[in-house]
Design a protein around this ligand. Structure first.
Ligand code: NAD
Ligand code: ZN
Ligand code: ZN
Length: 344
């Protein structure tokens, strides 16, 4: 099978042939149809975070494909079923977090495309219990970004408890942000979209954002405070400075939701006096549960969200990464393993 492999944190990915993996007990073999390129895959390939993946590894955690084989003891999944391979590759199912509905905090979890091989390949093995079924009526190309960008921003809006009449700032209108705009609106919020690229802001307006702030041209804090400030700020740009701008854009009772993951441990300065006096809440939010993803798929299947993508060939993975880093791609790039012939 063809696979894109990270062999070194300082080299580009190598695309080549690998053996098709065998599903072990409790696992399934999935023939992939599509996989999105999340910015997390770029952080992973460069080893930018404090906890690094072990080399070599196959990135990719927005994988959508068809089950081709069941490992020993698998029940509840069938050959031919379409599933999503998301960041939460598996969890223990028994700890306090797994049991009380916070499985994404499980300390025993495995992460697709990070601690275990992911979906930048024609085939991947996955834990049967953690592969989420994809309902009919959603294309695999749309389902791919929903599997991380979608579920992560849906969850971020959920944990922020966005209410109708509240003003919600979305900082970074990329793969995650273009879906965040839509979930914030579905929950009733008025959206302020913030980015440094005009085209991204135009897309946000198209998707329903009421206010646009171009941080490359204006001071975002002054512009947002002139709009009355934010009840909720969801930060998706991977730069500590943007978190500080988002914090300073909050009004009293505001919630800062940290989602973007800057390199290293990404420290920001929080003024304690202001946090106390304004009653600010700071929340970290990591992807979403299998149930959150099922809800994201259900919303999309009923036509409530729009996924903006362009497809690429997995052989062009390094060019695709450069495109994302340039800030010029519209929302999400998705590797299409079905209609784009993979040629060298
Ligand atoms: P992306 O590259 O598609 O989007 C990032 C966006 O931020 C771009 O539109 C870019 O123009 C914009 N941006 C850059 N600098 C900015 C600035 N100064 N002000 C405003 N906007 C700015 O990336 P993505 O795939 O959407 O991922 C975003 C981040 O979220 C990454 O760090 C990724 O690792 C992280 N992430 C976190 C989770 C989680 O569970 N917490 C899940 C997925 C991704
Ligand atoms: Zn992701
Ligand atoms: Zn657990």
């Amino acid at each position: 099978m063809k696979a894109a492999v990270v062999t070194s944190f300082s080299e580009v990915l190598e695309v080549g042939e690998r053996d098709i993996p065998e599903p072990g007990p409790g696992q399934i073999l999935v023939r992939l149809e599509a996989c999105g390129l999340c910015h997390t895959d770029i952080h992973a390939a460069r080893g930018e975070w404090p906890v690094k993946p072990s080399l070599p590894f196959v990135p990719g955690h927005e994988g959508i494909g068809i089950i081709e084989k069941l490992g020993a003891g698998v029940t509840g999944r069938t050959v031919g079923e379409r599933v999503s391979i998301a960041w939460l590759g598996s969890a223990c199912g028994a700890c306090r977090y797994c049991v009380d509905g916070r499985e994404t905090l499980c300390e025993m979890q495995q992460n697709s495309g990070y601690s275990i091989d992911g979906a930048f390949a024609e085939y991947a093995v996955a834990s049967a219990a953690y592969a989420v079924p994809v309902p009919d009526g959603i294309t695999s190309i749309d389902a791919a970004p929903l599997s991380c960008a979608g579920v992560t921003t849906y969850k971020a809006c959920k944990v922020a408890q966005v209410k109708p009449t509240e003003q919600v700032g979305i900082f970074g209108i990329g793969g995650l942000g273009h879906l965040a705009v839509q979930y914030a609106r579905i929950m009733g919020g008025t959206v302020v979209a913030v980015d440094i690229e005009r085209a991204k802001l135009d897309l946000a307006a198209d998707l329903g954002a009421e206010h646009l702030v171009d941080s490359a041209v204006v001071d975002p804090v002054a512009a947002i405070q002139a709009l009355g400030g934010l009840d909720v700020a969801v930060v998706l740009a991977a730069s500590p400075r943007v978190f500080e701008q988002a914090f300073a854009s909050l009004r009293r009772g505001g919630r800062l939701v940290c989602v973007g993951l800057p390199a290293d441990d990404g420290a920001m300065v929080i003024p304690i006096f202001e946090t106390v006096l304004k009653g600010i809440t700071i929340i970290g939010s990591i992807v979403g549960t299998r149930q959150d993803l099922a809800e994201v798929f259900a919303l999309h299947a009923t036509g409530r969200t729009r996924v903006v993508t362009e497809t690429r060939n997995i052989y062009d993975v390094n060019d695709a990464i450069a495109e994302v880093l340039s800030g010029k791609v519209p929302a999400r790039l998705v590797f299409d393993y079905v209609t784009v012939p993979a040629t060298v």
